[in-house]
Design a protein around this ligand. Structure first.
Ligand SMILES: C[S@@+](CC[C@H](N)C(=O)[O-])C[C@H]1O[C@@H](n2cnc3c(N)ncnc32)[C@H](O)[C@@H]1O
Length: 283
């Protein structure tokens, strides 16, 4: 049997019970996990490999694993509304967040998007995440620190307005989860690298409309797409195999767009230079 790596002091652990319930804990050598079916000392978990089976003080089975990012986000202490895991994956893929990319993100909020970005860009990338509210930035910082053990070196957390930060930092990707993302687009057009992508997450249709009209009024953004993700989990137990009764009906819309060179930088083929110049001169 190949053992998973061992739990260390201070890191998050997830206990799974035999009813499908999950309990998130931060391991402390003096801590005790207590629930309706007994208790388990953290010291019994620390030093044991991930995947270890335990029995609580009242004889109930528990299994210790590391929380997936999705588990952690749903269980961590939240201040501002998080982007749910169902939307996080598509944001990473459709905004093409890749190793080595420099990403500007706002607002940090509870830190859910930030954690996903930090993992996706890897150690060769960089995430600059900001929040205009100090209390929200603090909530995010605490959640991120607890998840990674410390603030990752390639993450730069700032308190401030993203409109100022995008104007200062050259970036490959811009990820926005705030009420008025269209206000950030004009400033981003100067420092978002050509070929780069912006992704905005908003809960309502008027907000989507406003993003589209702002992107359309700029000559720097193309390939604009909007989508939402509907996730339906299933109940699978013996002969009862059916969709779950409860479903999250709506969370938010994701809009992505590409930043491209301004029209005046168009490379025109020699043979079409005459007609191109005439057309753009209004001839
Ligand atoms: C919905 S929360 C973000 C939640 C975060 N994406 C998460 O998943 O945990 C929106 C955050 O944007 C911040 N915000 C709003 N306008 C901002 C701006 N212009 N610059 C930076 N942050 C801003 C708010 O303070 C708030 O904390």
């Amino acid at each position: 049997m190949a053992a998973g790596s061992s739990f260390g002091e201070g890191e998050p652990a997830l206990l799974l019970d035999d009813k499908g319930r999950k309990y998130l804990l931060r391991l402390r050598s003096t801590g005790t996990f207590q629930y309706h079916r007994g208790s388990l000392a953290h010291a019994d978990i620390i030093g044991r490999p991930e995947g270890t089976r335990f029995v609580s003080s009242k004889g109930a089975p528990l299994i210790g694993v590391r929380p997936r990012l999705a588990d952690y986000i749903l269980k961590m202490r939240r201040g501002p509304q998080v982007v749910y895991p169902k939307d996080l994956g598509p944001i990473l893929v459709y905004a093409d967040i890749r190793p080595g990319a420099t990403v500007v993100e706002a607002g940090t909020g509870s830190g859910a998007v930030t954690m996903a970005l930090v993992r996706a860009v890897g150690l060769t990338g960089r995430v600059i995440s900001c929040d205009s509210r100090e209390d929200h930035a603090g909530r995010g910082r605490t959640n991120i620190k607890r998840y990674f053990g410390s603030i990752p070196e390639h993450l730069d957390l700032r308190v401030g307005d993203v409109r100022e930060i995008v104007a200062e930092v050259e970036h490959d990707r811009l990820v926005l989860d705030l009420a008025e993302p269209w206000q950030v687009i004009p400033a981003a057009a100067g420092t978002l690298r050509t070929g780069g992508l912006v992704a905005a997450y908003v809960p309502t249709v008027p907000q989507v409309d406003k993003i589209h009209s702002t992107l359309a009024s700029s000559d720097r953004f193309v390939d604009v797409e909007t989508f939402e993700i509907l996730l339906r989990t299933w109940h699978v137990a013996g002969r009862s195999v059916r969709p779950d009764h409860g479903m999250v009906g709506h969370t938010g819309f994701v809009t992505t767009a590409r930043c491209v060179a301004p029209p005046e930088d168009t490379i025109v083929h020699e043979e079409s230079m005459h007609s191109y110049t005439a057309r753009n001169a209004g001839g």
